[in-house]
Design a binder for this molecule. Sequence first.
Ligand code: FAD
Length: 495
Amino acid sequence: MNGKSFPDNVLIIGSGMGGLSTALILSQLGSKTTVIEKNLLAGGLMRGYIRDGIECPVGVHYLGSLDHGQVLRRLFDFLGVSPKIPVEKMGANGIIDQYIFEDFAFNLPEGLDAYEENLQNAFPKEHRQITAIINAIRRNGNKMHALDFLFSTQNYPSMLEEIKPVGALLTELNCSPGLRAVLGVPCCWIGVPMASCPVFYHNMVLATYLFSSWRLKCSGAELVNVFSERLRSLGGNIIKGDGVEKILVNSRVVEGVQLQSGAVLKSPVVIGAVHPKVVLNMLPDGAVKPSYQRLISKLKDTDGMFCVHSKVDALNRPEIPHNIFKIKTEKNGDIVELNYYQIRKSEQIGKNLLTILTSGKGEQWKQWEHTKSGRRGEGYIAKKENRAWRLIREAEDTIGPMPSATLVDVYTPLTTRDWVNSPGGSAYGILRSYEQLLEVSILNRTSVKGLFLSGQNIMAPGILGTILGSFATVKLIVGRDRFFKMFRRLELAQK
Ligand SMILES: Cc1cc2nc3c(=O)[nH]c(=O)nc-3n(C[C@H](O)[C@H](O)[C@H](O)COP(=O)(O)OP(=O)(O)OC[C@H]3O[C@@H](n4cnc5c(N)ncnc54)[C@H](O)[C@@H]3O)c2cc1C
């Protein structure tokens, strides 16, 4: 392969949404792709797991913009997976997300107009602020819809207003604590504190869910199967249960990878669809410039998550068609704690599954950080179960009593760390904060010819953000002009 010509043979490290979507794009363009996964099962975070006969979701609770012509739908269409992914639309009862604060509640509906109306009704004295905020969300949402990140020839975001942190903007606009709290929730979804979350980032994420929100009507494992089978049909393959130990580099040119089994696979293009720090650890000394090594090593990551899956009586606690967020704030409206609740049908008759997600509070698990999954002992189990029960009892204040609740499973950031190799168990990878904006924009400049990165760290986390990152990486591999020609139909599909 010369600089920007098309690669015949590509190795991709990691079979999460990042690895699989990158493989699908390149396979469609004619590359022979091999995805290498350290776990026995493919899928990374998008895959759930089964306990007690119940499917417990991990990294896909809901998806935005899946209606015909909307951005995620167009990407799924392009990847050739849309018809096989069963989804159901949220918001039929007028609510996608319900935010429960200590002294008021706010419903996030479908549609920007409806959202604006709800904001104007909840904060009638802040008409000016709300109009300014909604205009910016509309502008950024349209850019997302037009896939501006991939197709614009200008640097994005170009306006200083859009880079500044949400917290600073709301202070300038003199927003009330209530409005500030409501607008802070999308920052939490992507794990970036409001004080450092860039405005465009907040707005794009919020807009994609406002356009339309969806739940999977299948398990995470089935979702992974759809992607894996599509890849197989295009001639790609997935090696499972044999992770990459080393990336082979000679004179700053990539040559292939060495697996944990010792097997060596050769290729002029290797894509690390794993955390950039993991890629760094697989490279030989001196493979990348010291400046790049320093840049990656000191990047801050998003926090890990603590998750409780609990079985509840379906008659007493029926399925809730929207998400619930229970939120504690400072006096000024800044969010200090957020618990996410979802109640969905389970595979067991008469039982529903309550999922609670909250911050992993890293320090709590530090004493077990050098132990392996399944070998952390009684103290660890007791600690996580105690916290789980506290969270379930707290959820009762919002959802109602759950006297017959039982624990199905509880996981901590250490579980996430061990499952997908995410540093410190970080949920959304590198923190895309205002302070790190420049650094995260140059992650793919590895200075090793033929070595690229993809996955949630490239553009944004979430299923949509991760797939967009895959397209951005392919653009880098094939060159901008070629990419524009190849993917014009994707851009045009919105019209
Ligand atoms: C608790 C939680 C809830 C979430 N909820 C949502 C949601 O509701 N909606 C949404 O859109 N997004 C959600 N997300 C985010 C979304 O799941 C992720 O952004 C996305 O799945 C990341 O995909 P990825 O491919 O970048 O990473 P991963 O899924 O982490 O994939 C990386 C893969 O690489 C493998 N790997 C690591 N090291 C090696 C190695 N040396 N050799 C071979 N393989 C290796 C790992 O095992 C893993 O399979 C959630 C995330 C979390 C943690």
